[in-house]
Write a protein that binds this ligand. Structure first.
Ligand SMILES: *[C@@H]1O[C@H](CO)[C@@H](O)[C@H](O)[C@H]1NC(C)=O
Ligand SMILES: *[C@@H]1O[C@H](CO)[C@@H](O)[C@H](O)[C@H]1NC(C)=O
Ligand SMILES: *[C@@H]1O[C@H](CO)[C@@H](O)[C@H](O)[C@H]1NC(C)=O
Ligand SMILES: *[C@@H]1O[C@H](CO)[C@@H](O)[C@H](O)[C@H]1NC(C)=O
Ligand SMILES: *[C@@H]1O[C@H](CO)[C@@H](O)[C@H](O)[C@H]1NC(C)=O
Length: 724
């Protein structure tokens, strides 16, 4: 029953999104949406959509029907490795999955997107002792995929260059040995300059060879994507040391970022940041060196009028990060205080248990967030047209500018299921803007520089000249609240205390008169939502499995046992849900490969993300943070605003696994969030009595729904319930 319902739901969702993409469906809501979609052929303007693809991990040694055990790793033995990959395992991607993914993108997305964000790890892992990785293999798969993009997106009109830009970055597995990238220039950076010659603007190749960072004006003079080399921020990179010392490449990268963001501000442009390793950080764990995290978060706060979001990969888990700028400690950055709460390295390959532990820590943090006073309302521009800040705020920070957002997309490699993210953004008013491919060198004309920068002058400023440190007291301190002072025992330096590190230049904040940026209030170039596509390999591989040996019952290999046995953060090999089984039939008999919609923020009834602004995510995170058992800190504080949030998200625990359950009360409460959901069918009366139920038992629904997305739908209901 459940499965049938699920398939029906998926069918509906799938239809919805295909309709979105083809411009005719009920889910295409706003006027500009129709505008985008009506332009589909022949392609002229922007579509308001881009693809985020990450962690492809092609493995030339993958063998169909080989064993998923640790010693075999889908390279040998007999077992359940499917024709399109071994879902829920630590095996890498077969070429068939890579080819099928590109075929699907070409058939379904290519003509409907404006650019591609490709966040790295395009080589297999170094996990098979019998087949240690070679430089040729690592560069070979990277070259293959880079060329595949260039070929798929070639500009057919002109026969030169590409029709849309692709912005790549390194993963920690794209170098040898993995994780270790020494300061540039070095042979790796030099080699990638060549492999990515289609993608790196000519004018920036020199600086790329130096540090592995660059940016592309994906919409000339309007929107730039900044490719960050996160390996220089990554705690695991033993070849570098943080972002404090001017000789470190991490320091230099942040200086480059600061200066370039200042130029972008001057030009009135907006920026999407992307990288491989996300700035994940909880009370006990971190992925980035703390000095890098601190500066990055500070930079993003100061450039909150410019930066739209950060897009990352690496973790394979679908989630998001909310940086609290109250965690930025200027005294620490100035070497005046030690790091607050020392954090351990977060393992880069997390088991489901470790991943869940990590997510639980995030959840704890989220329970303490300050949600927008009126959920869904705060993203609108004030009626008096006075640019947001002037109206008396309902909360101290009506736009949520205290927070910074990073989005982490899950992977192609089937650690769970292979998945792709299509992000949509607001293009109102950009109907006639020149496109990337119209710029000289990008395909409009013959050029020896296929991807040269459209117009950006490469200015060079004295890095120190930008902001006197005193600006900090003005801008940064004014979002200070009592909470921080309480928590940190008043350790922060007083306004007049001069920092001691002469190398720390705090960027200037937005002008007092400038309205909230696209990350905070819906406007042109703001992100409006995304659709997560997945390939259900269990279905597609169509394996008829039997236990390999009867001594080992199937449950031993389920995620269940894995959850119970692995209590540590240590990496454990995942042999997957089918581990220890083998196919009955010698010949693979896969079904047709296709991605389908896993979920879409445009119609996810539980996420209810009206858009992807920071306030929307803070509100969602806060709801995820509310626990069924025990009271959260916020509840204990008896904040009356919290009551509103609870009331509105009254849910039934029993139906958490289905996206299609309508919740009329919720829908009505959310009607103000926009008319995107108006077309959805309603099931009247079904939940008439639900409100009387105790709310406490129901809050976990949102958390479990989040977990289900985090692991790309691979955990079934009973497995999920373990975490409630
Ligand atoms: C993948 O596609 C390439 C061409 O791009 C082809 O040479 C190769 O045989 C294909 N591999 C598989 C497994 O389909
Ligand atoms: C443009 O490219 C075509 C095909 O390579 C070539 O025949 C032509 O001479 C080129 N034109 C210019 C102006 O370079
Ligand atoms: C895009 O931004 C404009 C304001 O510039 C706003 O009126 C419109 O509703 C936004 N579109 C979406 C889909 O949010
Ligand atoms: C994937 O396919 C399997 C087999 O058809 C099915 O049991 C399972 O529910 C599907 N998973 C999702 C998330 O759709
Ligand atoms: C699986 O294999 C068994 C034994 O060959 C066969 O009886 C059964 O019909 C097969 N099931 C499917 C779904 O192919």
């Amino acid at each position: 029953m459940m499965a049938l319902q699920r398939i029906l739901c998926l069918g509906l969702l799938y239809h919805g999104v295909i309709a979105r993409l083809s411009g005719s469906g009920p889910t295409a809501p706003a006027a500009e949406q129709q505008h985008i979609l009506s332009n589909s052929a022949p392609r002229k303007g922007l579509h308001g959509r881009f693809l985020h693809i990450t962690d492809i991990h092609p493995d030339e040694f993958y063998k169909v029907h080989s064993s998923t055990d640790e010693d075999d790793g889908c390279h040998k033995g007999e077992g359940p490795a499917g024709p399109y990959g071994a879902e829920t395992t630590d095996c890498d991607s077969p070429y068939s999955l890579v080819n099928a993914t590109f075929d699907w993108i070409e058939a379904n997305l290519k003509d409907k997107i404006d650019f591609v964000v490709w966040t790295g790890d395009t080589a297999r892992h170094d996990r098979d002792d019998d087949l240690p990785r070679t430089q040729d293999q690592v560069l070979g798969t990277n070259t293959w995929i880079a060329d595949k993009f260039a070929e798929m997106l070639r500009n057919e009109e002109t026969g030169h260059g590409m029709s849309i830009p692709v912005v790549p970055t390194f993963g920690n597995n794209d170098i040898l040995p993995h994780n270790i990238l020494l300061p540039g220039p070095n042979k790796w950076l030099q080699t990638y300059t060549h492999i990515w010659r289609h993608f790196i603007p000519e004018a920036q190749r020199h600086s790329f060879e130096f540090g592995g960072w660059f940016h592309v004006e994906v919409i000339p003079n309007r929107l730039a994507v900044f490719s960050l080399n996160t390996l220089y921020f990554f705690d695991r990179n033993a070849g570098v040391d943080g972002c404090e010392n001017p000789s470190e490449p991490g320091f230099k990268q942040l200086e480059w970022l600061r200066v370039q963001l200042e130029f972008m501000r001057e030009r009135g442009m907006k920026v999407i940041l992307m990288g491989h390793v996300p700035p994940a950080r909880t009370d006990s764990k971190k992925l980035w060196d703390e000095t890098c995290w601190q500066k990055y978060t500070l930079w993003l706060h100061q450039y909150r009028d410019v930066v739209i979001s950060g897009m990352y990969g690496h973790m394979n888990i679908d989630h998001f990060l909310i940086h609290d700028t109250h965690d930025v400690d200027i005294a620490f950055l100035n070497g005046l205080s030690p790091e607050f709460g020392v954090r351990e390295y977060l393992d880069d390959e997390l088991t489901v248990q470790a991943g869940t532990d990590y997510l639980m820590e995030l959840r704890d943090d989220w329970s303490k967030l300050t949600p927008p006073t009126v959920p869904g309302k705060s993203n609108e521009v004030n009626q008096d047209g006075k640019k947001g800040r002037t109206r008396k705020p309902k909360r101290k920070d009506p736009w949520g500018e205290r927070y910074v957002l990073s989005l982490v997309s899950p992977s192609i490699v089937p650690t769970y299921f292979p998945t792709l993210r299509v992000v949509e953004y607001n293009i109102s008013g950009l109907e006639n803007t020149p496109l990337w491919r119209d710029m000289p060198g990008n395909g409009a004309k013959n050029s020896s520089h296929p991807a040269s920068a459209p117009s950006a002058p490469q200015k060079h400023l004295d890095l120190r000249s930008l902001a006197p440190i005193d600006d900090l007291s003005d801008s940064f301190e004014n979002v200070e609240t009592d909470k921080k002072k309480k928590k940190k025992g008043g350790k922060r330096p007083k306004k007049d205390k001069k920092p001691h590190d002469p190398n720390l230049v705090v960027p200037p904040p937005p002008a007092k008169t400038s309205p909230p940026g696209p990350a905070y209030s819906q406007q042109p170039l703001s992100l409006t939502g995304y659709t997560q596509y997945f390939a259900n390999l269990t279905h597609i591989n169509n394996l008829n499995l039997t236990d390999l040996n009867s001594v080992e019952p199937t449950t031993t290999n389920s995620l269940f046992s894995l959850l119970q046995s692995s209590k540590s953060w240590l990496m454990k090999w995942r042999k997957g849900k089918n581990g220890g089984k083998k196919p009955l039939t010698p010949k693979p008999d896969p079904r047709e490969f296709a991605f389908a919609v896993e979920y879409s923020t445009f119609n996810d009834k539980i996420y209810k993300l009206g858009d992807l602004t920071v306030n929307s995510f803070v509100e969602l995170a806060y709801r995820i943070g509310q626990k069924a058992k025990g009271k959260s800190l916020v509840e204990m504080a008896g904040d009356e605003e919290v009551g509103d949030v609870e009331e509105e998200h009254d849910c039934d625990e029993s139906d958490f696994e289905s996206d299609s359950d309508s919740d009329d009360e919720e829908m009505e409460a959310e009607a103000k969030k926009g008319d995107k959901k108006k077309g959805d069918k309603k099931k009247k009366g079904k939940k008439g009595d639900k409100k009387k139920k105790k709310k406490k038992g129901k809050k976990n629904k949102i958390w479990l729904h989040f977990l289900s997305h985090a692991f790309v739908g691979t955990l079934d209901k009973s497995e999920l319930k373990r975490y409630s």
